[in-house]
Design a binder for this molecule. Sequence first.
Ligand SMILES: Nc1nc2c(ncn2[C@@H]2O[C@H](COP(=O)(O)OP(=O)(O)OP(=O)(O)O)[C@@H](O)[C@H]2O)c(=O)[nH]1
Length: 427
Amino acid sequence: MILKLALRLLPLLLLPVPFLLRDQLHLLTPGHQLLLNTLPWLLALMVMLLAIGFKHGRILLLSLHFACAATLLHATADAGPDNPASYVLLVLLSLFWPLGQVVLLLLPERGLLSRSGMLRCGCLIVIYLVPGLIWLGSPQLLTQLLPHLPLALLNFIAPGLALPTAAFWWNLLLLLPICLLRLRRQPVDTLATAALSFAFLISLSQPGQPLLNSGYHLLAQLLLIGALIHHGYGMAFIDTLTGIPGRRALEHYLIGPGRHYSIAMLDIDHFKKFNDRYGHDIGDQVLRMVASQLNLVRGGGRLFRYGGEEFTIVFKRRSEQEAFDALEQVRQRVADYPMKIRDQNRPEDDQSGRNQRGSNSSDTSIVKVTISIGVCQNKAGETPREVIKRADQALYLAKERGRNCTQAGNNKPAAKRRKSRTDFARA
Ligand SMILES: Nc1nc2c(ncn2[C@@H]2O[C@H](COP(=O)(O)OP(=O)(O)OP(=O)(O)O)[C@@H](O)[C@H]2O)c(=O)[nH]1
């Protein structure tokens, strides 16, 4: 868990890089400077195309949002920090930026090519295009805005502070609570939003440095590509219901599994009856509970959802006996877990539901869920598919023995071949 979080936070370490390299940026040849100014836009285009491919509207809008803000920052940097119209533009940017980020984080995901997707893109472009065009066409109009700007707001948030510092506190005030609220539900999008905001603020704090702005724009688009790759990985390898790696991830994991390893097949007992009695939604809750308990497996076991109510645990470099001991622990853990089932007439509202559950009221009943397990160690020359097949047969024996038990294959053929329920096992 900590390692996972650390890996997710790793891209944030890149944030100081353009700032640290800011003096070197001026040494670039004009050709390289042109490249640095153009590359972020090419990357932004790539992010947008990838986001359309992955149907990830939020990343597309985050990319567009940064690109628009970076363009205005770039324009003001070219004009110099003392230009009053530039200053007005910077104040507007500072005020609007975190609002835009919050809205993008809170808006539900919609199809990009849908009406609402188009509308969102259109609104974002117009919001930046209007001040941009005014700045280009008649900057004096912006200067006239100066007395009407909500500078009092910035001064109220950060009295007597320079614009970048005031903007920093304004961003923190708006974004931090939303990011904390969303971190669990949308970790990647939230971290991307936070990283982009930091990149924007550092860029804002260095007025008159267009190359640094381009450096941050480049970094922001790279971070978004990273977020999209992560999203694509999740779509390909992670099971959406349980949040654990799925069948495709298992197939990849079993490419070159090493000289010796053990594979366990696990199946929830009487799950069909469970579904029939309590309904599919409760069945899904049971699947999630079982997955979370199995994920605590020790002995180096890696858990995968094989399909339906079947799971696979792979123990690389572990004997059947070592795997057996770890599996018995998780089997017992699942059997001991008091699974709370909500009654049909429980309150709609989650909080009252939680209160009632906490007070042991009658809207929940506790059921026991058990699993059966078959485990096998590989034999010389055997492929992982063959080991899975044997583990599946051992699982069949475990079911025959009365369920809620672990059956080791002991490298002997099973007494009765279990009818495989999956293509992978059959192949
Ligand atoms: N709720 C829910 N049910 C699922 C899911 N995938 C498969 N199932 C159900 O799992 C049940 C599997 O039933 P069976 O293969 O007959 O196995 P079983 O009832 O567990 O019986 P034993 O394995 O012999 O103990 C079926 O009713 C499927 O509909 C899922 O994602 N969610």
